[in-house]
Design a protein around this ligand. Structure first.
Ligand SMILES: Nc1ncnc2c1ncn2[C@@H]1O[C@H](COP(=O)(O)OP(=O)(O)OP(=O)(O)O)[C@@H](O)[C@H]1O
Ligand SMILES: [Mg+2]
Length: 218
């Protein structure tokens, strides 16, 4: 059984058909890169996979069960989504890291937070910074760390290195690969051909809402 499976999934909004009969199997431990021109439907696929959107046709199964049958909050803890435009809330960076603990009725684990900050090349003092004052690349990494404080089973990443320099991009790629090596399943949307092939085992290309090619890389 696949960990996640899209069965002939279409998604249509008021104006147009955005995805057409997408069938896709994700096995536990996969590292899948999703590429395609702007507007081809990459972000829409990720949003469907964590049930931020519902298919207008077809269905999506997580561990053999329709994702509609899962409690949405529980599902999004298990299938975590890191958005293309990072959304930070509250006033400070720390507010963003406290939140995942708060909803689980736990006290923030500052040691874990500090470990992740240093792994992603951010100074521990950034906790007290106001979110409005952060650079695009800092926001991206903070949103990513917030997603990783509690390890999801599937990680959906939407162009999470688009605002980073070369060195920080490599660092984030390696961290994600390490998570994959420890068993986390990754679905990564990227515009970079080099990045799409670096660590992935499957490369999917999307065009006008359809899967155009599926390449097994390793
Ligand atoms: N909320 C929405 N309302 C209307 N149209 C939408 C909405 N979300 C997406 N679309 C349309 O659906 C299509 C696919 O969008 P999507 O964001 O999935 O593309 P993408 O492949 O992620 O593009 P990019 O590489 O630019 O991020 C686009 O034509 C977009 O305009
Ligand atoms: Mg997108």
């Amino acid at each position: 059984m696949s960990l996640l499976e899209m069965q002939k999934v279409s998604y249509q909004n008021e104006k147009k058909l955005i995805l057409q009969e997408i069938s896709l199997k994700v096995a536990a431990g996969d590292f899948i890169s999703l590429v395609g021109p702007s507007g081809s439907g990459k972000s829409t696929i990720l949003k469907l996979c964590c049930h931020l959107l519902s298919p207008t046709q077809g269905k999506i199964l997580f561990k053999g069960k329709d994702i509609k049958q899962y409690n949405p909050l529980d599902l999004r803890r298990r299938i975590a989504y890191c958005a293309q435009t990072p959304y930070l809330f509250g006033e400070t960076v720390e507010d963003n890291f406290s939140f995942p603990y708060l909803i689980r009725k736990q006290k923030i684990d500052l040691a874990r937070v500090q470990t992740l900050l240093s792994r992603f090349n951010l100074d521990g003092k950034i906790l007290k910074n106001r979110v409005q004052s952060l650079s695009g690349g800092e926001k991206q990494r903070i949103a990513l760390i917030r997603t990783l404080l509690f390890k999801p089973e599937i990680l959906l990443l939407d162009e999470v290195t688009s605002a980073l320099d070369v060195a920080n991009t490599e660092l984030v790629e390696k961290e994600i690969y390490t998570l994959n090596q420890t068993g986390m399943t990754i679905l990564w949307v990227t515009h970079s051909p080099e990045q799409s092939r670096k660590y992935a085992n499957i490369l999917l290309s999307l065009e006008q809402g359809k899967i155009k090619t599926r390449e097994v890389l390793k």
